[in-house]
Write a protein that binds this ligand. Sequence first.
Ligand code: IPM
Ligand code: MG
Length: 360
Amino acid sequence: MTTYNIALLAGDGTGKEVTDEAVKVLKAVGKKYSIDFNFEPALIGGCAYDEYKKPLPDVTLDIAKKSDAVLLGAVGDWKYDTLPPDVRPERALLGIRKELNLFANLRPATVYPELTSLSPLKEEFVSGTDIMIVRELTGDVYFGTPKGIENKNGEKFGFNNMCYFESEIRRIAHVAFKVAMQRNKKLCSVDKANVLDVSRLWREVVADVAKEYPEVELSNMYVDNAAMQIIRNPKQFDVMLTGNIFGDILSDEASMLSGSLGLLPSASLSDTKLAMYEPIHGSAPDLKGQNVVNPIATILSAAMMLKYSFNLDKEHDDIVNAVRKALKDGYRTKDISQNGMEIVGTDKMGNVIKDNVLQN
Ligand code: IPM
Ligand code: MG
């Protein structure tokens, strides 16, 4: 029996509720296919700060580094809002991405046929949308230096640095082209090359990498136009390649096409085999303990883990099909409730999906 060691970082707020359901579903997959998923819990975010005065303690990092993959819930709670910036829960996310070198963030924005009416956009525009955003995750203005707030010319001056090395652009571009090769071979690279030097380099390097993937149709789009096109005609996109900050913004925007943040998973990959999987939504501390949040984003993140970390494609498909069956059968958490359909809690949704995995 194969064993996979998974670092389980539930985090804050509703993080534990959603990861509990994903664990349930992974265990069902394990039972069905005789795979041993072994979970090692560790603290991250505000709960880690409470215990260790650090949002990303060394012991957590150690467990993550020794694991085969990391499953993360979410971090953050209003009660940590007054902490100094370097120990706030969000810092742990940036820290773990950097420490594990998770430079490639895959964020699919899929509109499920069962849920098209939930989208704030007209159904005819969104139905069939299936975008994969490939976001660079360890560079850009997020990590660039110099940065800070200083006094200058008699007033305060705040600054960050948007910067990329050619090698950083090259490696994320390769990921995006490879993803495009496995999909519809269409890649749109997003930048602001009409204004930013760093974007001019981005565009140049992406064009160079493109030579190695002659089958992929590459287009370039300015980020402001991309933000508009995602709303105007989302179906034109297959794979989108972005830097860190543009991807942060566009992936939230694209997630809304599906109608709920609670549906969308993500994978963060490195160039070693270690990767991290997490829902794209936050910790929703106001909903903690109420059994109302949607576990689907985290369950689908676990499915991505099976595919990208363990090459378990069939098992991945089983989970995706189990989620779709639950939706088709009319199970709805509150965030995706529709007229006449029964609203179920977080744990019930997890149970239904788990049972579907075992039955199909
Ligand atoms: C995300 C989040 C994070 C980011 C925050 C919480 C640091 O918005 O994963 O998209 O900006 O990357
Ligand atoms: Mg974000």
